[in-house]
Design a protein around this ligand. Structure first.
Ligand SMILES: [Zn+2]
Length: 277
């Protein structure tokens, strides 16, 4: 049986992304980044991760900011600093996302990925010439050979595997030995593969299990750096748990009434688990 879900908390209502670069549009509020951290402002009004003027940063701006969309009706953009000249606090992007609603999440996820695209496609992959941002699209264009690149989106699958009243949870080496957080099996979709095939392959590779019924649930953009996570629910079919030890440090079945430590609420892993527990 598909697990019931309501998409409202995954749907953003107050961030409207632009469909491309509009250089004439003047930003009214800015997400300011320095070395991968969000620079916080100390003004008592509005959101403390947004700046309503960039005057204090004029000499420290790395490259002209990009207006990416409308955040609660205000033209909102992202800008990176080459040095932090203002005495103020910073917060990691993950920490900011963990306390944010879907509007903030959408704005951050979009803006970060536009910046990543500008950085990763600074030079043409065909001829090596410098690329320029194209007006009206989120594309980088080569003036030499006319090659275009668009922001890269990397499809991934993530799956809640259930067996009766139990769910399969794993821990990854990359979260560190000290972490007690349990999450779901996930992985990138390979070239030529469907999302469903990727789910079956990842579950088999990482845990030795085969799945029966598989249902697509929902997806989430994940800006680290440009994943599109597609969330599934798969029912256990057969096999004994044999972990892929290079990636996983632990894997086991947990009763739905007694889950261990789980990822924070903004993650698709948690939203999938929450359908079940
Ligand atoms: Zn080129």
């Amino acid at each position: 049986m598909p697990l019931d879900h309501d998409l409202t908390d995954l749907m953003d209502v107050n961030y409207s992304p632009l469909q491309g670069l509009q250089p004439e549009l003047i930003g009214q509020c800015w997400l300011v980044l320095f070395e991968g951290q969000v620079v916080l402002n100390d003004e008592s009004t509005g959101e403390n991760f947004l700046w309503y003027s960039l005057d204090k940063f004029q000499l420290a701006i790395k490259q002209q900011g990009i207006v990416t969309g409308y955040f609660y009706g205000k033209a909102a953009g992202v800008v990176e600093l080459s040095s932090l000249t203002v005495e103020t606090g910073t917060i990691s992007i993950r920490a900011l996302l963990s306390g944010s609603d879907s509007t903030v999440y959408s704005f951050l996820s979009h803006g970060l990925q536009i910046l990543t695209s500008r950085r990763e496609h600074a030079f043409c992959g065909c001829c090596g010439h410098q690329m320029q941002e194209k007006v009206g699209e989120w594309a980088m264009a080569c003036a030499q050979c006319e090659h275009h690149t668009y922001p890269r989106i990397s499809p991934c699958v993530i799956v809640l595997v259930t067996r009766g009243e139990e769910m399969l949870l794993v821990r990854h080496h990359r979260h560190g030995k000290a972490s007690t957080m349990h999450t779901l099996v996930a992985g990138f979709v390979e070239p030529g593969e469907s999302a469903e095939e990727a789910v079956h392959r990842e579950v088999l590779e990482e845990t030795g299990l085969t799945l029966g019924k598989l249902h697509y649930c929902f997806s989430q953009s994940w800006p680290f750096p440009h994943s599109l996570m597609m969330g599934f629910h798969g029912e256990y079919k057969s096999g004994e748990l044999v972990l892929e030890e290079k990636e996983l440090s632990f894997g086991g079945w947990f009763h739905r009434d007694n889950p261990p430590e789980l990822p924070p609420g903004f993650t698709i892993a948690r939203k999938l688990v929450d359908l079940f527990v």
